[in-house]
Write a protein that binds this ligand. Structure first.
Ligand code: SAH
Length: 206
């Protein structure tokens, strides 16, 4: 697959991550208009004025998250559900929260069509996490935060980790990995500049 060659060239080399990407048809997550570009390594427009992430960024973030087969994972910022679908091949269970109801619906439909049964899409403000399903082994935030949100830190299992783009919106952000230990939290900058839309408060019905 052409996309996989590009991803390897761009530094995504983890075999499990590449296999999960190979098993996830990105065309299922974009509209007809952009189907021809689904296998290019570029972000593309989706409904509600949002974007589907660039595959190499998805690959790098997924690699950094180091998901294990028994893991319960939370994603914040579903979009049309592409990243969640990739996580579903690596984890036991994926919960993903999206503030735009229209996008949450599209994601649920796409996962249904692809037969992915271990993902639950929830409409809500993901910066509060999902207390009723906590703790999570892994948390992936796919919208930019000025600081890792406190409720998400609290919902991380001891020994677990969270990857989050940190920085001011409209600028490049840095990917940060937060690991929860017995005594607190360790923060590491992954030295990967990314550009995500900001985490926005509240829910949109459109
Ligand atoms: N993960 C997606 C891309 C996400 S783009 C993919 O696989 O392609 C970022 C998404 O985060 C947008 O859809 C936006 O609506 C959503 N978002 C922004 N703030 C949010 C919040 N507080 N809670 C949940 N979703 C949020």
């Amino acid at each position: 697959m052409r996309l996989l060659v590009t991803l390897r060239q761009r530094g995504v080399t983890d075999a499990r991550v590449l296999t999960a990407i190979e098993r996830t048809d990105r065309a299922a997550f974009v509209s007809e208009t952009f189907a021809a570009r689904a296998y290019d390594d570029v972000p593309l427009p989706i409904a509600s004025g949002q974007t589907i992430s660039q595959p190499s960024v998805v690959g790098q973030m997924t690699t950094a998250l180091n998901v294990q087969p028994r893991d319960k994972v939370l994603e914040v910022g579903t979009g049309t559900g592409y990243q969640a679908a990739i996580l579903s091949h690596l984890a036991r269970r994926v919960y993903t929260v999206e503030r735009h109801r229209a996008l949450a619906r599209l994601a649920t439909e796409a996962h249904g069509r692809l037969g992915l049964t271990n993902i639950t899409v929830i409409t809500g403000d993901g910066s509060y996490g999902l207390p009723e399903q906590a703790p999570f082994d892994r948390i992936l935030v796919t919208a930019a935060a000025e600081d890792p949100p406190g409720p998400l830190l609290a919902q991380l299992r001891v020994g677990g980790s969270m990857v989050v783009p940190v920085g001011v919106s409209d600028h490049m952000q840095q990917l940060v990995i937060v690991r929860r230990t017995e005594s607190g939290y360790d923060y590491d900058d992954l030295n990967m500049p990314v550009r995500f839309v900001p985490l926005v408060e509240g829910v949109e019905l459109g």
